[in-house]
Design a protein around this ligand. Structure first.
Ligand SMILES: [Mn+2]
Length: 321
């Protein structure tokens, strides 16, 4: 039996399903989880959606987004589904996930990241590294559940496709992606709304933050690397917590560079790095893994304890603690 069909069979047999999104949630984990949750409710399942971090504002328009909880009751769960998680640390809720494992609950891992520690604990791995977004796998499972994709589900799926391909501009926006997007549009997916909410609206603070990040771009010609920095004071001053999506993609557009990194200093003393490349043969997922992070060949991220310091010439330097 194909893994999608096996996952669908387990889901049909479960009454109470918990769907977990990954920390620092993006459009793929949010869209995929909401689409699957919505489909399961058509089958009268009791669905709980949870994420260790809040859903960023640009994604709150998605149908059902208000139902994503910050926490959940572990005793209430029969089947666990992880969407787009990449690894266990990124899932959040480590204690309860190992509790589920001890109880022998079915754990379904829906993902398109390279093999990782989630594979070991999952009872069913529905993983395809060849797809651009986890929503493409979710759609197959929904198909196997025999649920018709309506306009709400289609909009959620399209959101994952849109964000994980950088608005259909990255090299992973292949024939399969565009064909699937066209099918979703035929089913009523609201592409204009997705574009407007996710990339077409930034408040003044967020725009100024983009400006700051761009004004600090440095290029290391030997490494072929473009970098920039956002300081925690910038976030406080401008009152911005989200809206930064896409800045690293702009930095990644400089001719002659091979990759781009945006360092963001977080209030908790960590530095978040977002890495992008469009260069053939460069795998930023491996670079992120050196810092304990992960991701894909073309887009990845990591976090470490560190700080940003200003040099005398006004330039910034990032240090590992
Ligand atoms: Mn993804």
């Amino acid at each position: 039996m194909r893994n999608e069909a096996e996952a669908a069979k387990v889901l049909v047999g479960a009454d109470r399903v918990l769907i977990l999104l990954h920390k620092d949630p993006d459009g793929d984990t949010i869209g995929g989880s909401l689409a699957l949750g919505n489909a399961l409710e058509h089958l009268d399942k009791k669905v709980t959606l949870a994420c260790a971090d809040p859903v960023p504002k640009p994604f709150r328009f998605l149908p059902g987004a208000e139902r994503i909880q910050a926490d959940f009751l572990a005793g209430d769960v029969e089947t666990l589904v992880l969407v787009d998680c990449g690894d266990l640390i990124r899932c959040g809720f480590p204690d309860r996930i190992s509790e589920f494992q001890k109880r022998g609950l079915p754990i379904i891992n829906i993902d398109h990241h390279p093999k990782n520690d989630v594979h070991r604990i999952a009872t069913i791995n529905v993983v395809d590294q060849g797809v651009a977004a986890a929503v493409q796998i979710v759609a197959k499972i929904i198909d196997d559940l025999d649920i018709t994709i309506d306009a709400d589900i289609a909009t959620c799926l399209l959101c994952g496709l849109y964000t994980d391909t950088g608005g259909f501009r990255h090299s992973n926006a292949d024939r399969g992606v565009l064909k699937f997007a066209a099918e979703l549009l035929l089913k009523g997916a609201r592409l204009r709304r997705v574009v407007k909410e996710i990339t077409g609206s930034r408040n003044v603070g967020a725009l100024k933050l983009v400006g700051l990040a761009l004004s600090r771009v440095k290029v290391d010609h030997d490494l072929g690397l473009a970098t920039s920095v956002i300081r925690k004071e910038d976030l406080e001053l401008l009152g911005v917590t989200s809206g930064l999506g896409g800045v690293v993609n702009i930095i990644n557009s400089i001719p002659g560079t091979r990759a781009a990194v945006l360092f963001t200093e977080l209030p908790n003393g960590e530095i978040k790095g977002s890495v992008r490349t469009e260069t053939e043969g460069v795998d930023v997922g491996k670079i992120a893994a050196l810092f304990g992070g992960g991701g894909h060949k073309k887009a990845a991220g990591f976090r470490f304890k560190g700080r940003v310091e200003t040099r005398e010439d006004g330039d910034f330097e990032v240090f590992l603690d």
